[in-house]
Design a protein around this ligand. Structure first.
Ligand SMILES: [Zn+2]
Length: 262
């Protein structure tokens, strides 16, 4: 089937594909992008090129966003959709990048009717129908293969929000079962919170226990960054994320890194 979008994409990739030197530089600076097959690497580079064409990356404050920084953000944003497609990010267009952690300017009213202005410092934010907001400091701290990735975290919220709610349940593929997803994620979520309540030091960042949507976003970070840890801790969550993202980052790890039982 002929599609205008596919035609535009092919033309754009012929004319404006990310330069080899920039791509290599970004891959070396962010080990989370390592271990892809040659095919996957080429696909990620294409997706990143198209992402930068479709979205606007806007610096805030006194930040200057150069091409390498733009590619670093876009490549990590595209890793989760490597086998899903760019249309998973349809419906919004801006990524706003602050130099460092920021305080949202929004006013919001809590359940008791109290109006709050931004008071909580953030490293990232994803609006349901609006922009993704990132701190460049935190982008730089991401992608090292240690489990922290603000880009994957915020873009996981975007995938989650596609069905109209952000609640730790993105739109699942046809061969996946919502009840299975919900019960297995809920069991892991409760387990994490029970461990925290007992004073244990859990293998997963306790922030994941704040809400089901945070559990999905944080386990997505682990899935791509330290899949061995997630697989060893919550194998059923790992298996569901593998089916959702249609990728198996555990298989990309060098054998010496795979945790026992992983
Ligand atoms: Zn979050």
């Amino acid at each position: 089937m002929w599609s205008l979008r596919a035609w535009r994409y092919r033309r754009l990739l012929r004319r404006a594909r990310i330069a080899e030197a920039t791509w290599t530089q970004v891959r070396e600076a962010f080990p989370v992008l390592d271990g892809l097959s040659a095919d996957e690497d080429a696909r990620l580079r294409d997706l990143t090129t198209l992402f930068l064409h479709e979205k606007t990356l806007e610096p805030a404050g006194d930040l200057v966003l150069d091409e390498t920084m733009r590619v670093a953000i876009a490549a990590q944003a595209c890793l989760p959709i490597l086998h899903l497609g760019l249309d998973w990010y349809d419906g919004w267009s801006a990524v706003i990048v602050y130099p460092a952690e920021f305080v949202p300017r929004l006013e919001w009213t809590d359940e008791a009717g109290v109006v709050h202005t931004g008071e909580e410092v953030r490293s990232g934010e994803a609006w349901q129908y609006g922009p993704v907001i990132l701190s460049w400091d935190d982008v730089q701290a991401s992608g090292a293969g240690d489990g922290y990735n603000v880009v994957i975290h915020e873009f996981a919220h975007k995938l989650d929000a596609r069905n109209g709610h952000t609640e730790g349940l993105p739109p699942l593929h046809r061969d996946m079962d919502v009840r299975e997803w919900s019960s297995r994620f809920a069991a892991a979520f409760e387990d994490l919170n029970a461990r925290v309540a007992r004073g244990e030091e859990p293998a997963i960042d306790p922030y994941a226990g704040e809400a089901p949507e945070e559990f999905f976003a944080v386990t997505s970070e682990y899935f791509f960054e330290i899949p061995d840890i997630l697989h060893a801790t919550y194998p059923e969550v790992y298996a569901l994320l593998r089916r959702f993202y249609r990728q198996d980052p555990l298989a990309r790890l060098a054998p010496h890194r795979v945790a026992p039982g992983g």
